[in-house]
Design a protein around this ligand. Structure first.
Ligand code: AMP
Ligand code: ZN
Length: 510
């Protein structure tokens, strides 16, 4: 069966075929995290959907050569146009850690020196790897045997400088009067093809601040930085253009090229990566290699929302995996909750959804245990799970319809609840059914994850009942009682908000 995948570049859903002449192996570059804080579950929605894509291709028989960067260079916080504005992210991370150390709130087992930027980056990188492993991201297993598959840009500075030199030689980049090296977007006709932006519509500072001085030295307002000489930057390296640091788009072009080649099959990221990051990556890569294509398919996950707005570090409305585990969630439930909504729709994160995901996994696990105990029992061939597996794969092949795939699996699970006696005519055994279930989990990836939650116990029905009781008290104008209930919820670590859509709640993250 062939996977059909929506390609952001062509805006079409296309049959997937890899470049490999044998049609067997796939090159896949996934934009990874910037390690200046713990990754939040919004970030993990993007990473886990890339993992589901990878696992689906693996179930279809491909060998995946996946690379995910872990960005440790101190890029700037306000750097939408990559012209070096805002604060150094590693400085932000260091002061966050220093503050945590002062107030005695440094995360468990942390003994990191906040004044050493590499130590800060490595601290958050280790936390990212731990969370990613807990959530079953297969790239982490690969990287255990071959760490270069999760490369750090600080190890690729030489290659970045070489790519900038090539771009200058090819007249795709120039040194401006302020000494900064910029990519010239006008030198590349296809600039804007991925995002739909045209050079005319692009305004510098879109979504960020406008630095008039920087604009004055660029050939076009949309030109983006490749190298910035800056002798005061926290992390800096010598270069032909002076001591400084690379532009934040450069690293992915360079690492994709160094580790996977000039032309790759797949490239993933969150929807905010489409522009400017991936648009700029295409420009740099194609102009440096001379190839007509950089990545053949582009895969972008829509945002995870909380209360209808994007979960993001800058808004402070985010949960990390650690926050949720402390409240009693299991990594398996978090994984399922983050992959069950189609990747091209926004997903809204709720505690109720998390609880439902847990219930779902518990049912699958009970069936798996039962089948394991009864695997030698005679059964008809092509039982409910073996049949469901075909529909499961068909759904995934329709642009990763995970909800459809889960629906097919659940139909089979329901059949087991109804068919109390699974014995058949003896030409097969329940082993075949067990194997079908385990094959489906190759993509869902929940059976191997931690089954136990943390110490906390988030009782959603109790919270719902308390919110209901508070609303009744308010209707009856028993304000004192309503306040008491609010305080009780606060003690449970639950904050409530009254709005036009009723009362919503969230867990309080210290
Ligand atoms: P960052 O560490 O900020 O570079 O983000 C890492 C990845 O997470 C990027 O691919 C982003 O597009 C993605 N991302 C950030 N916020 C969200 C969100 N709320 N939902 C889904 N993906 C996100
Ligand atoms: Zn990237």
């Amino acid at each position: 069966m062939q996977l059909k995948l929506h390609n952001t570049l062509t805006k079409q859903t296309e049959g997937f075929t890899p470049l490999d002449p044998d049609g067997k192996s796939v090159t896949f570059y996934s934009c990874g995290p910037t390690v200046y804080d713990f990754a939040h579950i919004g970030n993990f929605r993007a990473f886990l959907n890339a993992d589901v894509l990878r696992r689906t291709l693996e179930l279809l028989g491909y060998k995946i050569n996946q690379v995910m960067n872990i960005t440790d260079v101190g890029h700037m916080t306000d750097d939408t146009v990559a012209d070096g504005g805002g604060e150094d992210k590693m400085k932000v991370a260091a002061s966050r850690l220093a503050e945590a150390k002062k107030s005695g709130k440094l995360p468990k087992n942390a003994s990191v020196d906040p004044s050493d930027p590499m130590a800060v980056a490595e601290f958050y990188a280790a936390a990212f790897l731990e969370d990613s492993a807990a959530l079953g991201m297969r790239i982490v297993d690969d990287a255990k045997n071959n760490p270069s598959l999760m490369p750090r840009p600080t190890q690729y500075i030489k290659e970045m400088i070489a790519m900038v030199e090539t771009l200058i030689e090819n007249d795709h980049a120039y040194v401006a009067s302020d000494g900064v090296v910029y990519f010239s977007v006008q030198s590349f006709d296809a600039y804007g093809a991925l995002s739909g932006n045209t050079i005319e519509t692009l305004r510098s500072g879109e979504g960020g601040r406008v630095d008039m001085e920087t604009q004055a030295v660029k050939r076009s307002p949309a030109d983006f930085m490749l190298w910035k000489p800056d002798a005061t930057h926290l992390m800096r390296w010598p270069s032909p253009w002076g001591e400084g640091y690379p532009g934040w788009h450069l690293e992915c072009s360079v690492m994709a090229n160094s580790l996977l080649g000039n032309e790759i099959d797949l490239h993933s990221g969150g929807e905010d990566n489409i522009f400017p990051h991936h648009e700029c990556e295409i420009a740099q890569s194609r102009c440096a290699t001379g190839c007509d294509t950089f990545s053949r398919y582009w895969f972008h996950t829509r945002f995870l929302l909380v209360d209808g707005t994007k979960m993001s570090k800058s808004k402070g409305n985010f949960y990390t995996l650690r926050d949720l585990l402390e409240k009693g969630a299991t990594p398996a439930a978090v994984r399922l909750e983050l992959i069950k909504t189609h990747y091209r729709s926004n997903a809204n994160f709720t505690m109720q959804g998390l609880k439902d995901s847990q219930r779902q996994i518990d049912r699958w696990r009970r069936l798996k245990d039962w089948l394991t105990d009864h695997k030698d029992v005679a059964a008809n061939p092509n039982g409910p799970l073996a049949t469901a597996k075909k529909q499961f794969i068909t759904s995934l092949c329709e642009d990763l319809n995970v909800a459809g795939a889960i629906g097919a699996l659940n139909e089979a699970v329901n059949a087991y609840a109804i068919e109390t006696s699974p014995e058949g005519n003896g030409s097969s055994t329940l082993q075949e059914e067990l194997e079908a279930l385990l094959d489906m989990d190759q993509v869902l990836g929940v059976f191997d994850l931690e089954t136990e939650g943390g110490s906390g116990d988030l009782d959603v029905s109790k919270i719902d009942a308390l919110i209901e009781a508070r609303l009744t008290a308010r209707d009856e104008k028993e304000w004192g009682r309503a306040d008491e209930i609010r305080d009780e919820l606060l003690k449970m670590g639950v904050a409530i908000k009254d709005g036009s859509d009723g009362t919503t709640w969230s867990i309080i993250v210290q």
